[in-house]
Design a protein around this ligand. Structure first.
Ligand code: URA
Length: 258
């Protein structure tokens, strides 16, 4: 039924007006800003429940949904399940990230080609041997978009962890202890040319492929684990603006190709 409202996201097929592209920030607080960047005049609020806030935007005559996922794989998996069941076929996650390779400046854009599956949610959909890979065309559009604006960008593999602290080998925690499983993993990912850490792409990319749907992943680097840096407010603002520009342009490229 087209008017059936999905339990968590509180959206129905009717409400999204034929949109097939969903933009997925983690943070509900970034949904409105992103939707208004895509469609300054006509973006409209649709629903808010728990971590899921949704706005609908118009871009070049087509509807696009922006829906937050919350942090991590479990809540992301719910968003994908329910969005897919009301007609979404294409998913772009936009997020923030910590880079682990020397020479990547803050704030730059990181485009993920595939993710190391350090999550749990994706293992409920496919065995660990199954790859978490981004859709080629969605990713190509992100690269073309990044090239078209004045921004440093990097394309490659992301380590996608269920936890911000032990899974990303952070020792500045309550216990100060990182379980053996994760000790020295930051260095190992560096040696294996992994670019960055974030927390949702393994789940998204795996589930999208399992469902025969398409997903891409782009993030703004706001932490360098090498330089021990975080950007100042001005740089953070620039990081957010760069991400908004890249995703808007990538969507335009994709929508024109459909
Ligand atoms: N998000 C992460 O998961 N890790 C970081 O270091 C920064 C953002």
């Amino acid at each position: 039924m087209a008017d059936e409202i999905k339990y968590h996201i509180r959206l129905s097929r009717d409400m999204v007006e034929g949109a097939t592209y969903a933009i997925l920030p983690g943070d509900p607080g970034r949904v409105e800003k992103t939707a208004r960047h895509i469609d300054p005049e006509g973006a409209k609020f649709l629903a808010a429940n728990r971590e899921y806030t949704s706005w609908l935007a118009n871009l070049d005559g087509k509807k696009v949904l922006v829906c937050s996922t919350g942090i991590g794989g479990p809540s992301t998996s719910i968003a994908i399940e329910e969005l897919a069941s009301i007609g979404f076929k294409n998913f772009y996650r936009i997020g923030t990230t910590g880079v682990i390779q020397p020479g990547i400046k803050l704030p730059s854009i990181i485009i993920t080609t595939g993710s190391v599956r350090l999550d749990g949610a994706s293992t409920h959909y496919a065995p660990i041997e199954y790859p978490a890979v981004a859709d080629f065309e969605l990713t190509s559009a992100l690269v073309e978009a990044a090239k078209s604006i004045d921004v440093e960008y990097h394309v490659g593999i992301t380590a996608s962890s269920d936890t911000f602290y032990p899974g990303q080998e952070r020792y500045d925690t309550f216990s100060g202890y990182v379980p053996r499983r994760f000790q020295n993993t930051l260095q190992e990912w560096q040696k294996l040319h992994v670019l960055n850490y974030e927390m949702e792409s393994a789940t998204l990319l795996t589930i999208a492929s399992c469902f025969g749907l398409r997903a891409g992943m782009v993030a703004s680097a706001i932490v360098s684990r090498i330089a021990g840096e975080t950007p100042n407010d001005e740089e953070l603002k620039r990081a957010e603006e760069n991400l908004a520009k890249v995703i808007r342009k990538a969507l335009q490229i994709r929508l024109a190709q459909e």
